[in-house]
Design a protein around this ligand. Sequence first.
Ligand SMILES: [Zn+2]
Ligand SMILES: [Zn+2]
Length: 383
Amino acid sequence: MIDKKRLEQEMIAWRHDIHQHPEAAFEEEQTAKLVARLLRRFGYEVEENVGKTGVVGVLKNGDGPVIALRADMDANKIIEKNTFDYASKTEQRMHACGHDGHTATLLGAAELIADEMAFKGTVVLIFQPAEEPGWGADAMIKDGLMERYGIQEIYGQHNFTYWKKGTMQIPVGPCMAAEDDFVIQIHGVGGHASGPHATKDPIVIGAEIVMALQTIVSRNVNPLRPAVVSCTEFITDGAPNAIPSNVTIKGDCRSYDPKISELIEERMKAVVKSVCEMNNAEWEFEYSREFIATLNDKTCAEWAAKAAEKVYGKQNVVLGCDPVMGSEDFAKYQQFVPGCYCFTGNVDETHCMPNHHACYDYNDGILLPAAEWFAELVKMRMA
Ligand SMILES: [Zn+2]
Ligand SMILES: [Zn+2]
């Protein structure tokens, strides 16, 4: 039997080590080495460099289902503002989404599962690179991950600062949204700030477009269907005393229904075209689909909830919680096999910064319970 206090201390040490040495998408070489070394120590068969920097650990115990558990390893390109002793030592890199915690959690689960061997079948642990840009799951799948290990079902978890420490939220069906990106370019004619009549001011045209885009969600999308349209960047080539010639507006849309995503693209293009034509300006419009929606399988969600109730207590588990509008490339695995993605609460008095904030930190107090949840899930599902 594992000494859980000792395991928890080790998990915290792994987490702090990874936190200090954050590696962004497809840079995760040191993190992958640490993962591979520990998995071998726990008795897993290990394959490295799956999907560039991904690691897979396999533990077999007779015949039974092949169940995959997934963690992501990549950091964000954010400058950390925390001042604690394990803050990032790498410039412009920070574990601001808690993937350091996810990696340490799955490593803890790996040791628990190998120690108990209370399952029949094959456990496949996936340590995925490059979740943040949405490339890692794809890279591992293209490398033959699903067929090579015969994966039949998949589970994962993400910490969130929407919920309190000691709770788990499990959506059934819609879990995390699809993400589309857009770039609008407006080409007017710049000139002297004092002579607007001699220009085609792309800022005024751009502002009109930003406002008109607000009508897509409020007036075109069915109010019963979730959708978000956010303009996130407004870039000009002007100066304090010069009207610019060019404006670039970038942004991001979220939705669950592919038909809504198509509607947003179509309306957006119509708005850009009409406003620019009305103002006699040139325009360009690009729209790309980056993430597909994460959709939880009902039976998998029920298994996840059963295991969570054992660890967190029935009153702290919500099966069928509201989905969120963030996006996850866990969805890519669910195109092949049923799976469930769960939300682990991260918040207490000292951990209240949102994910992706420069002062965010993973809550060490949620590491062990989440590892126990993975281990319990394996025990129940693969009994
Ligand atoms: Zn993130
Ligand atoms: Zn994340």
